[in-house]
Design a protein. Structure first.
Lengths: 205, 82
């Protein structure tokens, strides 16, 4: 992951905080939690439906981070490191939940005629809105539709397209092969495209 | 190449990893099939919208950390250490 995720400070600016954390300074731990908890909660909410589960995942992530702060080498940003930890904590939390019956991904993929042509032609979409409120509505729609994907596909799509892990990283946290990540990602994107189409096509109100 | 094969190869095309031979037939199909061009555009738009609207920094970050979360984390740390 190379994209800065939180503010403009680079790792160099985090040195003093890191030293205070390693010394076990209580105020430094509080500062770390206050600065990063909001963004980590946003990440956990993308993976987990329930607010309580999302908060638990954030708490688990911080405790895991505190335990390994001595092993954090300071080459990545703290926010990037914490981001990875909360993604893992959210996935761990998902594994402890009983899986609900889900829609098959096949039902969400395009269908083809016998000769391999698309059974229903793809239709053009309207341009994405620039207005802040309309964008907030579209974001909500996207998150709802992502949550309609079967879990195994939803997680890969979140990891690769939203949390921006690369294929190898996503394979590592999911415990599957890079090839399986690519296959699932492609199917998840197709399914999400299909779920969005009725809402975004040009003729839609 | 038919539409099914076109859709199968679509991600490799966008990743720039489609071998030359398939790339040629992929492009030929684009010339012949406006529906698949639209499919490609809307697939790409799906990925773009996800990144643009849901990923940080534009994502819905709570303006304030929910009351109690900071305290709960710090209390959990204290109880783990004791």
């Amino acid at each position: 992951m190379t994209i800065p995720r939180n503010g403009a400070e680079g790792p160099d600016d985090e040195g003093p905080l890191l030293e205070r954390l390693r010394r076990g300074e209580e105020a430094a731990y509080e500062e770390l939690v206050r600065v990063h908890a909001g963004r980590m909660l946003a990440v956990a909410r993308r993976f987990l439906h329930g607010e309580e589960d999302a908060r638990d995942a954030v708490q688990d992530a911080f405790l895991a981070a505190f335990r390994s702060i001595d092993r954090f080498e300071g080459q990545a940003r703290l926010s990037t490191w914490l981001h990875r930890i909360v993604v893992n904590a959210a996935l761990m939390k998902l594994r402890t939940r009983r899986r609900k019956p889900e829609t098959s991904i096949e039902e969400l993929l395009p269908t083809y005629l016998e000769d391999g042509h698309l059974a229903s032609p793809a239709v053009e979409w309207r341009k994405a809105p620039q207005d802040v409120l309309e964008r907030a509505e579209l974001r909500q729609l996207l998150l709802e539709k992502i949550h309609e994907l079967p879990e195994a596909y939803r997680n890969v799509l979140l990891l690769r397209d939203i949390e921006e892990l690369d294929t190898e990283e996503a394979a590592g946290v999911m415990g599957i092969s890079p090839g399986a990540v690519k296959t699932r990602l492609h199917r998840a994107r197709q399914a999400l495209r299909g779920l969005l189409e009725p809402h975004l096509q040009r003729s839609a109100p | 190449m038919n539409c099914r094969e076109f859709v199968d190869f679509l991600m490799d095309y966008l990743d720039g990893t489609l071998p030359d031979q398939q790339l040629t037939t992929f492009r030929q199909h684009m010339d012949d099939c406006p529906s698949c061009v639209t499919y490609l555009d809307t697939y790409r738009e799906t990925v773009r919208l996800g990144r643009e609207l849901c990923a940080d920094p534009e994502g819905p970050v709570p303006p304030e950390v929910p009351r109690g979360l900071v305290e709960a984390v710090l209390a959990a740390r204290r109880s783990e250490r004791s």
